[in-house]
Ligand binder design. Structure first.
Ligand code: ATP
Ligand code: MG
Length: 256
């Protein structure tokens, strides 16, 4: 069955897009069929997948507003071996235009239903906000993957996110689960990071991925080449960490 995951955290710069691109490439490297949905007007997941966001005729924006078919919007990331529903700044307008439209929260869910059978995993890269775009991501998903940095304010932001997930569950998507929490940009020498990490373990137990993503310069450099880290330097710690995460996810799925 297709697994649809929303990669979300309303906090900016925590590694959502890096996780989307590198997890997509890592799952693809293990022969999974993957679609990466860019739900952020910044279009970083699009660019990071080697697709020029400025050259696009149709994007997720047109899909959400019912102005394009999904088959015409999806493009192949040849650098990552997965498909992408790309986005650019036009998507910012959807926030406002969707308000007028019926079933505005479930536009993405309905659109994805047409192609779900083509994929083992659909990863949705959400913007850093709890807005209507993110709600579309949460309604379309079976579960959420939460990347986070182990710093002081991280836990506070997490409780807002958990509240939003509960609301979406009550009103729009009763089956929505928390798939897992992912520690990103982790520096084991940092005492505070270790403390926050221990607290996460206590609160979330098995929901916390054992795989930890270290701070790694290759992960930061790869987007400027339109590549996942796997394509830039397979032996880098960053690329290896995301391969390990893909392995952990696949093992978990088998264990269930
Ligand atoms: P936004 O909220 O703006 O969408 P985001 O949560 O998607 O941000 P990213 O864009 O993935 O976060 O990462 C923020 C910055 O940190 C980027 O410049 C990225 O290259 C860098 N980065 C992400 N993960 C790592 C890592 N593990 N090691 C080093 N740099 C990283
Ligand atoms: Mg992002």
């Amino acid at each position: 069955m297709t697994k649809i995951l929303a990669i979300t955290n309303q906090k900016g710069g925590v590694g959502k897009t890096t996780t989307g691109v590198n997890l997509a490439a890592s799952l693809a490297a293990t022969k999974q069929r993957v679609l990466l949905v860019d739900l952020d007007p910044q279009g970083n997941a699009t660019m990071g997948s080697g697709i020029d966001k400025r050259s696009l005729q149709v994007t997720v924006y047109h899909l959400l507003l019912g102005e394009a078919e999904i088959g015409n919007v999806r493009v192949r990331s040849t650098s990552g071996n997965y498909d992408v529903l790309p986005a650019n700044r036009e998507l910012a307008g959807a926030e406002i235009e969707l308000v007028e439209i019926e079933h505005r929260e479930t536009r993405l869910k309905v659109a994805l239903a047409a192609v779900a059978d083509d994929y083992d995993f659909i990863l949705i890269d959400c913007p850093p906000a709890l807005n209507l775009l993110t709600v579309n991501g949460l309604c379309a998903a079976h579960a959420v993957l939460i990347p986070m940095q182990c710093e002081y304010y991280a836990l506070e932001g997490l409780s807002d996110l958990v509240q939003t997930i509960k609301k979406v569950r009550t009103h729009l998507n009763p089956q929505l689960e928390i798939e897992g929490l992912l520690r990103t940009m982790f520096d084991p020498r940092n005492t505070l990071a270790q403390q926050v990490s221990a607290q996460l373990q206590q609160h979330f137990g098995d929901k916390l991925y054992r795989t930890v993503i270290p701070r790694n310069v290759r992960l930061a450099e790869a987007p400027s080449h339109g590549l996942p880290a796997l394509g830039l330097d397979q032996s880098s710690k960053g690329a290896q960490a995301y391969l390990a995460l893909a392995g952990e996810m696949l093992n978990r799925a088998v264990a269930l």
